[in-house]
Design a binder for this molecule. Structure first.
Ligand SMILES: [Zn+2]
Ligand SMILES: [Zn+2]
Length: 187
């Protein structure tokens, strides 16, 4: 009886952890697409996603000049849209809620990475220190030339694995012929 309680508990914890990593992975794919695919002048993709991303690369500290809720609103709307779509499809399970919850933190954790340490709440510093969320040093690798690694911003665990297996280079081989990458002369 006790053994089965523990094994069920272990299974749930393992699933929650996997969903946390998955939320980081999906956020990384979106960020890679923003950095890589299509033109900055494209009407929706370019204006809404590529251009703000380019501003962030040129002046990373700029994001702290806008309020945190403006920073987070797009991702929160995206997560709520996923919840709505899953509800329509009758697929709104606890796993969708958990992954959406973690996914919604992508941009805020990213913002913490750009916030001076002295201004971070102690709990955030602690989470960064023990490796639950990504820290500034880890994220700064993405802001270092040639900006082709470390696209995930939530955890410190997904980036090393993806960079090691050259996941992003494989993604470029698949998607650049379809969508084009005019901002990446190397492709
Ligand atoms: Zn980027
Ligand atoms: Zn950044």
């Amino acid at each position: 009886m006790l053994a089965s309680v523990f094994s069920n508990l272990f299974l749930i914890v393992a699933q929650v952890f996997a969903l946390y990593l998955l939320a980081d992975f999906i956020g990384g794919i979106f960020h890679w697409a923003e950095d890589t695919l299509g033109s900055a002048e494209a009407p929706i993709w370019g204006r809404l996603f590529v251009q703000p991303n380019e501003v962030h690369h040129d002046t990373p500290g700029q994001m702290l000049k806008i309020p945190w809720y403006i920073n987070n609103i797009t991702i929160v709307i995206a997560v709520l849209s996923v919840f709505a779509a899953c509800w329509v499809l009758d697929a709104l399970t606890w796993k969708v809620y958990v992954m959406g919850f973690f996914g919604a933190w992508n941009q805020q954790v990213h913002r913490f990475c750009h916030t001076p340490t002295a201004r971070l709440p102690p709990a955030v510093k602690w989470l960064q220190r023990i490796g639950i969320i990504q820290n500034a040093r880890h994220h700064w690798r993405h802001h270092t030339e040639p900006h082709l690694t470390n696209y995930c911003v939530l955890t410190p665990w997904v980036n090393p694995a993806l960079d090691k297996i050259k996941f992003w280079r494989a993604m470029e081989q698949i998607f650049v012929p379809i969508f084009g990458a005019p901002r990446r002369p190397d492709l």
